[in-house]
Ligand binder design. Structure first.
Ligand code: BG6
Length: 487
């Protein structure tokens, strides 16, 4: 049954920020393009006291606020809202789940559940679902982060889920895996012969993964201050990107083969000991400054109190296996950076010998840039000779070989990552979801680093909003003779 499309979708957290900004617009996008199963109903649930009609009005407002103008179609919105139902529920007590089950009705056609709730509600929600008969063989569950704040708490949540939903019906979401360019890493690496022979420590000097954001706290103080950049971004999104870049070629494009390879990488991450944490990691917290010409407050001012939560982190990671011995992976992410940009820069090794040197020609090693957002492109920087008669020596210059996915696929609509993930959840394809062993390997590595921070009493270094983080982050790469690919 797990690979049959579900005929019903149940959304926990249906009035939350994620539902308004991402889930409802994504479901609408799928509906408008005729991709949702015929007759699929979408039942929202949350504490708020709505009935079907008032929740439809709520959903309509969310769509009108968050859909781009060219996607708004009154007829499609009206027919989408016909799918939508609502049942209020206090998930912390088991009492209301029977009414929820009544509202959902027959689940023999398959039920997909999407859980995006506070971590404290995970266990009672799972229990409630079980007690109300909403956890049978034809029910699968999608889980949105945060799934715990360290290995132990994530195990507790995963154990609670596993008591009711076996792993093959548990879909852990990392929305980066729903991004088109992230999936394109697979096409680039395993759909071409060109890169694989040099995709190792012999061919690659270092890998840099940057996710920089211009936003600050965005009103999420309650969650973010207890989390910080390490647990909010590195533990999940960045390590998933690292795993896709570093993994061995999977034999098949399916959830088992791909996740088997990813988990091997995650388990091969070299633990960062307490003694090494100060030299291999940098943490920062933004102070007031200017981002894109706008004056913004510092983190502590936004929070209205002092805090030791990091809003920036940079790490020099190593993957201890044959393929990657000696190639560092530099990771960097932060809030209130100068630009919003997510990219992976693969820095290849220099040529073994330059025949141009004696004639004054300078070579740069090749770089492959995979830009995930805001633009989507793959750019290979290669050396070219500048036109001329070279009387004063050979002039060589780095030029881009560009594959702009935005341009190349201009006729194809770019979808929200959640469109892909929600459809995969409804249809039961686990390939782009994170398996429990991956999550645990991720936490194991992250917890080790955080223990080092505590042992060394490391506090985040101040960096002005609108900068690329503390200067120590620059030193992290420069010590190795490398510079960050941008900023
Ligand atoms: C989320 C984090 O997982 O990812 C946010 O909780 C962050 O803090 C967001 O802003 C970034 O996602 P994207 O898709 O905008 O890069």
């Amino acid at each position: 049954m797990t690979r049959q499309p579900a005929s019903k979708l149940l959304l926990f957290g249906a009035t939350g920020d994620l539902a308004q900004r991402m889930l409802l617009p994504s479901l609408y996008g799928l509906h408008a393009d005729g991709l949702l199963p015929e007759g699929l109903t979408i039942t929202g649930t949350a504490r708020s006291d709505h009935d079907d009609e008032s929740y439809r009005a709520f959903a309509a407002t969310a769509l009108s606020t968050h859909l781009p103008a060219d996607r708004k179609d009154d007829a499609a919105i009206a027919s989408f809202l016909e799918r939508v139902l609502y049942q209020p529920l206090d998930a912390s007590s088991i009492g209301g789940f029977a009414a929820l089950a009544d509202k959902i009705g027959d689940t023999s056609g398959g039920l997909a559940i999407f859980l995006s709730t506070a971590p404290s509600l995970f266990r009672p929600t799972i229990k409630g679902l079980e007690s109300a008969g909403l956890a049978g063989l034809n029910v699968r569950i999608g889980l949105e982060k945060p799934l715990g704040h360290d290995l132990n708490s994530s195990r507790e949540i995963n154990d609670a889920v596993a008591e009711v939903f076996p792993e093959d019906r548990t879909f852990r979401i990392d929305h980066y895996l729903g991004k088109e360019t992230v999936q394109n890493i697979l096409a680039l690496r395993f759909g071409n012969t060109l890169f694989e022979p040099i995709w190792n420590a012999r061919g690659i000097d270092n890998v840099q993964i940057t996710i920089s954001e211009t936003v600050g706290l965005e009103g999420r103080a309650g969650y973010y201050d207890g989390s910080g950049a390490m647990r909010d971004m590195v533990q999940n999104h960045m390590l998933q990107l690292l795993a896709l870049i570093a993994m061995e070629p999977p034999a098949r494009f399916d959830g088992t083969a791909i996740r088997d390879e990813k988990v091997k990488v995650l388990r091969s991450l070299r633990p960062i000991s307490s003694a090494d944490a100060p030299s291999l990691t940098v943490t920062g917290q933004y102070t007031s400054g200017a981002v894109k010409g706008e004056i913004v407050r510092g983190y502590a001012e936004e929070l209205e109190r002092a805090s030791t939560t990091e809003t920036f982190v940079a790490i020099k990671a190593n993957v201890d296996n044959w393929r990657w011995q000696g190639t560092p992976f530099y990771l960097r992410t932060g809030k209130r950076m100068p630009t919003r940009q997510s990219e992976i820069a693969i820095q290849f090794k220099p040529v073994p010998h330059s025949m141009f040197a004696a004639r004054g020609g300078k070579l740069q090693p090749n770089t492959l840039v995979i830009r995930l957002q805001p633009e989507e492109y793959v750019r290979l920087l290669v050396m070219a000779k500048e036109p001329g008669l070279d009387r004063e020596g050979v002039r060589l210059r780095e030029v881009p070989l560009d594959l702009s996915l935005d341009t190349e696929f201009a006729g194809t609509r770019r979808r929200i990552a959640y469109e892909r993930l929600l459809l995969d959840l409804i249809e039961g394809d686990p390939t782009l979801f994170v398996r429990r062993d991956e999550v645990e390997a991720q936490w194991t590595w992250i917890d080790g680093i955080r223990e080092g921070w505590i042992a060394n009493d490391m506090k985040p270094k101040a960096y002005p909003a609108g900068s690329w983080g503390p200067s120590a982050a620059v030193a992290l790469t420069e010590r190795d003779g490398t510079t960050w690919h941008d900023g």
